[in-house]
Write a protein of this length. Structure first.
Length: 146
């Protein structure tokens, strides 16, 4: 007999990933609250690209194995930003911001699979190249989201 009951939400696939060398692995134990693009100068430098694609995850719902190193930074808010990466291969994995205490930000490039969710918005559009802004299909804010 075939089970025709709807799937249990607890059976939903979880985001998982890790760094380039494999020393860091993680699983997100809840559904992230969205993905966004950041074009701020420091995210660009950390990602090594024109932008950083980040998943917003409730604090405590990102289970990490391995030891991350932390670069202490300061955001435009004047508050601390902790940029965490693998000490062996340098892959940027997570950002924690004191100005957003209930969430941490997972670097999308470290995911095992490309999720289908598009970015909900982009921030620091003033730092993006005009061709980047034109290509985005989401709301873009000059600085941080109000």
């Amino acid at each position: 007999m075939t089970d025709t009951s709807p799937p249990d939400p607890g059976d939903a696939p979880r985001l998982s990933g890790g760094c380039l060398c494999g020393d860091i692995r993680y699983t997100v134990t809840s559904t992230p609250t969205g993905v966004s693009i950041c074009n701020c100068r420091n995210c660009r430098k950390q990602s090594g690209s024109h932008r950083s694609l980040n998943w917003r995850v409730p604090v405590g719902d990102l289970q990490i194995t391995g030891t991350l190193r932390t670069f202490d930074d300061i955001g435009d808010s004047g508050m601390p930003v902790w940029r965490q990466f693998c000490p062996r291969c340098g892959s940027a994995v997570r950002t924690i911001m004191r100005s957003v205490p209930d969430f941490e930000f997972l670097k999308s490039g470290t995911l095992d699979a490309t999720p289908p969710d598009p970015p909900r918005f982009a921030i620091y559009g003033v730092r993006a190249a005009p061709w980047e802004i034109d290509a985005l299909q989401c709301p873009t804010f000059d600085r941080n989201r109000p």
